[in-house]
Ligand binder design. Structure first.
Ligand code: MG
Length: 266
């Protein structure tokens, strides 16, 4: 789940960003949380098809997470009413599962969090429903590669802006836009920790140097049209302002002595 961008708050009240550093033992637990997230996403990719409702995906995910002795991180987080977020087509993030029946050609951004042993994992993928258009497929490919390029920058000695810049430049070179109102984030004992990991760079903003033991949820949210978004009257669902398609991929990543390690792998 992405965090709401708080650049102004950061500037005014948080001149010193404190990033929790995880021990080897804590990383072991986060690897387990991440694996449960990845397995849940894989399970959902197997059951998603035309005719399935997003509420059914939510139930499947919650049962799967609990069957692995974990708890769905999002349920009740800031009051969120479900276990996963399901955001369809022009919906960007934080869509609430419900009676909507998916149809051939939809794309669904599924965001999953799992809590086990006191630590969270967070991951997302945009899943196709049956056959999708070439333009939707291209948006998915570009967003997935933007995530890969961001992850490659999660190295000790680099900064958060190296990640942000890699995502933004690749997305914009491909003619798409990155969402600005929501960002990736540090993750660990809490779903949202410092630092924020935006998908774009503002030169004047503070930056954070990466060191081993930092754990980050890197999550490009990419729109086919404008970067501008709106929040629907339900108070949660974020949609593109021009109703263009949107896509979201996310991994939880640890900065290690040996480079980036993706924790949300099956
Ligand atoms: Mg997240």
């Amino acid at each position: 789940m992405s965090s709401r961008q708080s650049r102004h708050a950061w500037r005014r009240f948080r001149p010193q960003v404190r990033v929790p550093i995880k021990s080897r033992e804590e990383l072991d637990i986060m690897r387990l949380a991440g694996r449960i997230v990845a397995l849940t996403l894989r399970r959902l990719s197997e059951v998603i098809r035309p005719g399935v409702t997003t509420a059914e995906l939510d139930r499947e995910a919650e049962d799967f997470i609990r069957s692995h002795s974990a708890v769905p991180s999002f349920k009740g987080l800031y009051g969120f009413p479900a276990s996963i977020c399901t955001s369809v087509n022009e919906e960007v993030v934080h869509g609430i599962p419900g009676p909507r029946r998916l149809v051939e050609g939809d794309i669904v951004s599924v965001d999953v969090g799992a809590l086990i042993g006191g630590f969270h994992g967070d991951g997302a993928a945009t899943l196709p429903v049956g056959e999708i258009s070439d333009s939707a497929r291209r948006l998915i490919q570009v967003t997935r590669e933007a995530l890969d390029r961001g992850i490659a920058k999660a190295r000790s000695g680099n900064t958060v802006k190296d990640i942000s810049g890699a995502v933004q430049s690749f997305v914009e070179a491909n003619g798409f836009s990155v969402v600005r109102a929501y960002a990736g984030h540090g993750i660990g004992r809490k779903m949202h920790e410092d630092p924020q990991v935006p998908n774009f760079v503002v030169e004047a903003d503070p930056d954070v140097t990466l060191v081993p033991g930092m754990t980050l949820a890197i999550e490009p949210m990419v729109n086919a049209g404008t970067w501008e978004v709106l929040v629907m009257p339900d108070g949660w669902t974020v949609v593109t302002a021009d109703s263009s398609l949107s896509c979201h991929f996310e991994h939880t990543v640890a900065v290690t002595q040996n480079g980036p390690e993706i924790l949300t792998l099956p």
